[in-house]
Design a protein around this ligand. Structure first.
Ligand SMILES: NC(=O)C1=CN([C@@H]2O[C@H](COP(=O)(O)OP(=O)(O)OC[C@H]3O[C@@H](n4cnc5c(N)ncnc54)[C@H](O)[C@@H]3O)[C@@H](O)[C@H]2O)C=CC1
Ligand SMILES: O=C1[C@@H](O)[C@H](O)[C@@H](O)[C@H](O)[C@H]1O
Length: 337
């Protein structure tokens, strides 16, 4: 591997354009070599002001460009699989935005393809693991600072949803982060998922039932619940409360300055994930770059992508049946142990 990553960013939408900006301004050891979007105008807008970067309309062209030696995939999830295979063939370090792929079968094929190469080169974009509060809670759980972890309560609220966001996407696109977070916190696999549909907001489009209550169980019996509410209007909020034998820990409450002025008090609610997790995305991408330059990955693996896809599959089935659905996992390959 050379001493600098020359990254092709595939997909220059909301996340891709944000990653291009961070790679070209705040990340050390990497440069943007190419930005790809089927909507070439978006790729062109993203490379504006970036010396040496080209805008292209096809991922294949970028992967075959001699100036590129790494890839960041930020297209919609259903397009990840094909690009992952092509990037694996090139032996490039890969940062793949979540989800790895949208279903467990295709995610497992990706795991098998990576396993066949004999080394890990895919890092999946579960950025919450790099959030300072998530990391702190993770350490408290691992070090048993407050005894055993018993329960996790999660709130995941978005102000609204983009065009085409379906009912299944409440699980596949949003709760997928909690599946990863719960696995990260507990170090265990999730064994079952149940989804309860209660009273719904009038503000939900596209046949979405919003909010939903997701009940999750891990191998040792830790119970977790998630309120997923994606048309909550007021702003963006991702918070967790953890119940231990010897205490309670809360993370993700609105931080920032608390202001008293003109007879009022208050602070700000983050408008979206870019603001709430901006620092975490920076740490995530820097960790990927540093590890890639050593020939490694610096975060969640393809196995994590597969395991969360299996949870999503159970979650979508549970949305329909209302029943508790078992999560089915294949045996973990040695590469990920
Ligand atoms: N980690 C996180 O917090 C977040 C992750 N994501 C993930 O990032 C990925 C992208 O999501 P968004 O940026 O929100 O979507 P988006 O819809 O804003 O952007 C996707 C872009 O991909 C382009 N595209 C579509 N087909 C393409 C192709 N064949 N080749 C090249 N470009 C193509 C589209 O024209 C669009 O510009 C998804 O996997 C999503 O789940 C999204 C939001 C937050
Ligand atoms: O990944 C993300 C989006 O795709 C998803 O739609 C949001 O619910 C999440 O909060 C955000 O982090």
């Amino acid at each position: 591997m050379s001493d600098i990553l020359r990254v092709a960013v595939i997909g220059a939408g909301r996340m891709g354009a944000d990653h291009v900006k961070r790679l070209s301004t705040r990340i050390h050891g990497a440069e943007v070599a190419a930005v790809v979007d089927v909507d070439l105008a978006r790729a062109l807008a993203a490379i504006e002001g970036i010396d040496g970067a080209v805008a292209l309309a096809s991922a294949e062209e970028a992967l075959n460009n001699g100036d590129v030696n790494a890839v960041l995939i930020a297209t919609p999830g259903f397009l990840h699989e094909d690009i992952l295979y092509k990037a694996l063939e090139k032996d490039f370090p890969i940062l793949c935005e979540k989800p790895l792929t949208p279903d467990a079968e295709s995610a497992w094929k990706v795991v098998q393809a990576e396993t066949a190469t004999g080394r890990k080169s895919i890092q999946v974009g579960f950025m919450r693991r790099f959030d300072a509060e998530y990391a702190a809670l993770g350490s408290m759980i691992r070090d048993r600072e407050l005894g055993e972890l018993l329960m996790l309560h999660h709130q995941h609220r978005n102000p609204n949803t983009p065009e085409g966001f379906t009912n299944e996407m409440l699980i596949n696109d949003s709760v997928v982060h909690e599946f990863d977070a719960i696995r990260f916190f507990t170090g265990e696999e999730i064994t079952s998922v149940q989804v309860r549909l209660g009273k719904a907001t009038r503000n939900a489009p596209n046949g979405q039932h919003d909010p939903q209550h997701v009940l999750i169980e891990t191998e040792s019996g830790v119970l977790a619940d998630v309120e997923i509410y994606v048309n909550a209007k007021f702003g963006y909020e991702v918070a967790t409360q953890a119940s231990f034998e010897d205490g309670i820990v809360s993370i993700g409450g609105d931080g920032g300055p608390y202001v008293r002025s003109a007879g009022r008090w208050g602070g700000k609610v983050a408008p979206g994930f870019e603001e709430r997790f901006g620092a975490a995305y920076d740490v995530e991408i820097q960790s990927w770059v540093d590890a890639a330059l050593r020939g490694d990955i610096g975060g969640p693996t393809a196995w994590d992508g597969y395991a969360t896809a299996a949870c999503c599959e159970a979650g979508v089935e549970a949305q329909k049946s209302g029943e508790k659905v078992a999560v089915q996992l294949n045996i973990k390959p040695e590469l990920y142990k």
